[in-house]
Design a protein. Structure first.
Length: 277
């Protein structure tokens, strides 16, 4: 992929949080380097969540599409809310035309597989995609514990998330590795991770943090979401190297997040958050 200022991000340490800062002011195409892999994408609550894991050939959620995301032959969906699937039509079109004859697969929570397939079969003006792709084979169901083989000895395994819709989290690892490269928790409360914090053991764990203000913790739980305070309480029990707070509010002031974290931060992994810079 040809890179430039519009697609690169950098990790900047500031106070209690490491900020993944976009050089061009665009929060969408940010890069988190993991040595021999990197995560490209972004996540803003209620707008769009989509990540590519290069060069492992997989995207997690497709709330929008880009050249980087379109190049991934497999999309793992955490759930089917619009901000996580809105880019699927564009992704399918790109796979059918620009990557014709190459693998194409969408893995979706089993309870939503038939509904998603029906929607794609009825979507207007998608005839070219339907001629080139057998969507019944492209859209694959997954349940907690499902293992999906990816490229070159890489696999993904799903686990149950606790959200308001059928949802999964995804652990992505290389065969024979002692721990996953990345874990994508998907949207949902922290209840699964309180019960089994080892689910987030990885080089990097990307988690949802839709609410940060102290007065909204109950609202977060009732809505099937996580609050900053939940993660700060759980952090000392986590063994991931970096905990990435994704799905943050679009209007979040970085200084405000810094202050909230500094007031309550204890032990745990390095906290990373997105920023426009």
């Amino acid at each position: 992929m040809r890179e430039g200022p519009e697609t690169r991000g950098q990790l900047e340490r500031s106070g209690s949080v490491s900020w993944l800062v976009s050089r061009g002011g665009d929060p969408w195409e940010l890069v988190l380097d993991l040595g021999d892999a990197r995560i490209v994408g972004g996540s803003v609550a209620a707008l769009a969540t989509a990540f590519a894991v290069e060069p492992l050939g997989v995207a997690v959620d497709i709330g929008r599409c880009s050249a980087v995301l379109a190049a991934q032959p497999t999309v793992l969906l955490t759930h089917c809310h619009s901000d996580h699937v809105a880019g699927l039509i564009a992704w399918l079109s790109a796979r059918a035309r620009r990557f014709r004859g190459e693998p194409c697969r969408v893995v979706v929570p089993a309870a939503r597989r038939d509904a998603l397939l029906e929607a794609l079969l009825r979507w207007p003006d998608l005839d070219g995609v339907r001629r080139r792709l057998d969507l019944a084979e492209v859209v694959v169901p997954a349940s907690p514990g499902s293992v999906v083989a990816l490229e070159d000895g890489v696999w993904a395994q799903s686990f149950a998330a606790h959200h308001g819709a059928p949802s999964l989290g995804w652990r992505i690892a290389r065969e024979g590795a002692s721990r996953p490269v990345a874990v994508f928790a998907g949207d949902g409360t922290v209840l699964p991770f309180r019960a089994a914090p080892e689910l987030l053991d990885a080089e990097v764990a990307l988690v949802e943090c839709s609410f940060v203000e102290p007065g909204y913790r109950v609202a977060a739980r009732l809505g099937g979401h996580a609050h900053l305070a939940d993660w700060l309480e759980l952090a000392p029990r986590l063994t991931c190297d970096r905990l990435v707070l994704a799905h943050l509010p679009a209007d979040l002031d970085p200084a405000r997040l810094e202050a909230l974290v500094a007031a309550a931060r204890g032990d745990g992994p390095v906290l990373v958050a997105w920023s426009r810079g």
